[in-house]
Write a protein of this length. Structure first.
Length: 354
């Protein structure tokens, strides 16, 4: 049993293959998978810049780290449902459940449709996060029937227990480009980088807790190009930051991108950056300190989980205390007491079934 677990975890640490709906045309599905494989070509930049480390919470920008970041947040990719989303939702009425922080919500609206519209990224939508928030508001467990997307797999209804469920909808239009008035699949490197950056953006919507749940977008301030639209981020570590930092790194690392491609990536990067309303940069000294502490935190987590079965309670308790202390220090450095919170809590919520 242990060996099986080891083999599975080894395999999953190497590749990243989310479930891709069979409702995509087969060549569309192949393009999506080859986009993900393209990540392995973006490993030229070994040293991530400090801000990248701060927001992604890992030290080196290797393909493996990028894939494992996505693997935690992106599990099912389905094509855009032009009929509307509600046909796949099932509300469970007879299950005893407890949502964490039940009265804390990131945005005040109450309709599922408005909720879905919060995502201004029309290329992709993180349905899992939106449905989780809808369930939280209704105090119900919501399940999603994905059987028509994966007819061979006898899937049970997917319980939306966390924004981490990783259910992402992709608008197929972004897989194509127009060549002499004909739509053809688009495997150009820059297009792959842009789609990947959208996927990282959506990945961030799988995170968050309480007021940062889902890292939903907020209304842009008056001086923004998007004034009045819900197309900005109040947190410095939100979806637009994740997408922008990925673009910045990929801009350096994409050896197959032309100069023109790189200009385009830069423009999209600048656009994403401009959507972070509350941008207040930390000093490079605090960023360095946070990155060091995050590194220590990751190592302590590793020690905690590797010792989980063999260690004394005493040892585990002391590791847990260390983890708490490090977390507190990091949060304080990111969000000094006198200032408004600019870095949202990235720990995902989980719904308890009782
Ligand atoms: Zn978004």
């Amino acid at each position: 049993m242990l060996l099986v677990t080891l083999v599975i975890s080894l395999q999953s640490s190497l590749g990243f293959s989310p479930s891709i709906s069979t409702l995509f045309e087969s060549e569309e599905g192949e393009l999506i998978q080859s986009d993900l494989d393209f990540l392995s070509t973006l490993t030229e930049v070994k040293e991530a810049d400090p801000e990248f480390q701060l927001i992604f919470e890992f030290q080196e920008m290797t393909a493996q780290n990028l894939k494992s970041w996505l693997r935690k947040r992106v599990s099912y990719l389905i094509p855009k449902d032009r009929e509307g989303h509600v046909s796949i939702l099932k509300v469970s009425r007879d299950v005893d459940i407890l949502y964490p922080d039940p009265n804390i919500s990131p945005i005040p609206t109450d309709s599922l449709y408005t909720l879905m519209d919060q995502f201004q990224t029309v290329q992709m939508e993180n349905l899992g996060a939106g449905i989780y928030l809808h369930g939280k508001r209704k105090r119900r467990l919501i399940k999603v029937d994905l059987s028509h997307h994966f007819p061979d797999r006898k899937l049970e209804d997917l319980k939306i227990l966390s924004p981490r469920v990783g259910l992402i909808e992709i608008n197929q239009d972004i897989l194509y480009r127009e060549v002499s008035k004909e739509k053809v699949l688009d495997p150009y490197p820059a297009s792959r980088v842009i789609r990947l950056s959208n996927l990282f953006h959506e990945g961030r919507h799988s995170d968050g807790h309480g007021d940062s749940l889902g890292f939903f977008h907020s209304v842009c301030p008056n001086d923004s190009d998007y004034a009045g639209l819900e197309a900005c981020d109040q947190f410095n570590n939100g979806a637009y930051s994740i997408g922008a930092l990925f673009l910045k790194a990929a801009h350096k690392a994409c050896v197959s991108c032309s100069e023109g491609d790189k200009e385009l990536l830069k423009l999209i990067y600048l656009d994403s950056r401009s959507r972070i309303s509350n941008r207040e940069s930390l000093s490079s000294q605090s960023i360095e300190e946070i990155n060091n502490l995050t590194n220590q935190l990751n190592l302590t987590y590793q020690e905690f989980y590797s010792d989980f079965s063999g260690s004394s309670d005493e040892k585990l308790n002391s590791l847990q205390v260390k983890i708490e202390k490090l977390n507190k220090k990091i949060n304080l450095l990111k969000n000094p007491a006198a200032k408004p919170i600019t870095y949202g809590n990235t720990e995902p919520e989980f719904l308890m079934l009782r």
